[in-house]
Design a protein around this ligand. Structure first.
Ligand code: ZN
Length: 200
């Protein structure tokens, strides 16, 4: 799947009614839906067209397709908006969860650590990053649990792939033993379950 295909799929298959419904309550009105504008808060000017899969506010002028909505609402770039949508709706859209429109690529690696722990990381300079981990200057997790060896290297990958791999290791070994990927996301997802404050 390339970026153009992902865009086409989002534009054609992601219902703007479902998407905007997460942000503002929509009510059917004739052929369209109306609600409070998430941008200017106007209650009378915000219209969403299910048929055209676009939104428009006649008060503040904001309008466009699902990608444009996320760009405006989250204040992020076009490519970031695509990744934002894919992470949330990859199943609905049948887009691989590790897909990314972000061109930044590098090596994703897995380090086996002492105490049966694992660290999944992303780097654009593997040699330098390994020196940091093995000399106690890497992440806090690899300072607490001493690195033993690299057990996986995946070249030319993205940050989404790092998240994908981190999730895979967490599923297999448990969050208690695995760190890597989007730290804030995983911390929120798992910290309550293990009932322990985890280090950053
Ligand atoms: Zn508006």
């Amino acid at each position: 799947m390339n970026v153009a295909e992902a865009i086409t799929r989002i534009e054609n298959e992601l219902s703007i009614i479902d998407l905007i419904g997460h942000y503002s309550e929509l009510t059917p009105k004739g052929k369209n839906y109306t609600g409070k504008c998430p941008f200017c808060k106007s209650k009378k000017s915000f219209t969403v067209s299910k048929k055209k899969n676009i939104f428009k506010c006649f008060q503040c002028g904001t309008g466009g397709n699902p990608i444009r909505f996320i760009m405006e609402y989250e204040n992020i770039s076009f490519k970031e908006a695509i990744d934002f949508i894919v992470i949330k709706f990859c199943e609905t859209l049948n887009i691989p969860e590790n897909f990314t429109a972000d061109p930044i690529r590098g090596d994703v690696y897995v380090l086996l650590l002492a105490d049966g722990c694992y660290y999944i990381g992303f780097t654009r300079n593997l040699e330098r990053r390994m020196k940091e981990h093995f000399s106690g200057n890497g992440s806090i997790w690899t300072r607490i649990h001493e690195p033993i060896k690299i057990i996986e290297i995946h070249s030319d990958k993205t940050l989404n792939y790092e998240n994908y791999l981190a999730q895979k290791y967490i599923d297999e070994y448990g969050y208690m033993f695995v760190r890597g990927g989007d730290h804030i996301y995983f911390k929120r997802k798992y910290e309550d379950k293990i009932n322990t404050k985890v280090p950053i």
